[in-house]
Design a protein around this ligand. Structure first.
Ligand code: SME
Length: 138
């Protein structure tokens, strides 16, 4: 399916650009709602270390909580977060931004940083704009 392949490539390119351009973004990836599962996320395109968390149920971890609330989730210090799924001991901060199609949660952008307190309000605003545009790919 041609349009699906190009969506994958575009999501991959967004990950590459964000991780290349923003020093403190160390892992950048998309999780998508699995249409064949009950409230479960599946890992999509990403840049960074491989992760064990390729499937995440709604409600679990930061990713699952963002899926459930359909709201941006910023964690300045992951050591202080409960309900957190660790992907790497190096990760210190995380942001997850939902992607909505007609208000409905369909996917999310997940970014990990190796620097505590590194995710700014400007980052959040920029990422929310990117996610608004990304929704058009779905
Ligand atoms: N830390 C996430 C899991 C995904 S990895 O960061 C890639 C969480 O708590 O949901």
């Amino acid at each position: 399916n041609k349009s699906k392949a190009s969506r994958k490539e575009k999501l991959q390119e967004i990950c590459r650009l964000l991780s290349d351009e923003i020093e403190v973004f160390d892992w950048v990836g998309f999780y998508l709602v699995d249409p064949n599962a009950d409230r479960e996320l599946v890992l999509g395109p990403y840049v960074g270390e491989a992760t064990d968390h390729t499937r995440i149920p709604f409600g679990k971890g930061i990713c699952g909580q963002a899926a459930e609330t359909n709201e941006t989730f910023v964690v300045p210090d992951v050591s202080k977060a409960d309900n957190y799924l660790s992907c790497s001991i190096h990760v210190k901060a995380e942001i997850v931004v939902p992607i909505k199609k007609d208000g409905k949660f369909i996917a999310e952008l997940d970014i990990d940083s190796h620097t505590r307190d590194s995710i700014t309000e400007e980052h959040q605003k920029m990422l929310e704009e990117i996610c608004d545009l990304t929704a058009d790919l779905f």
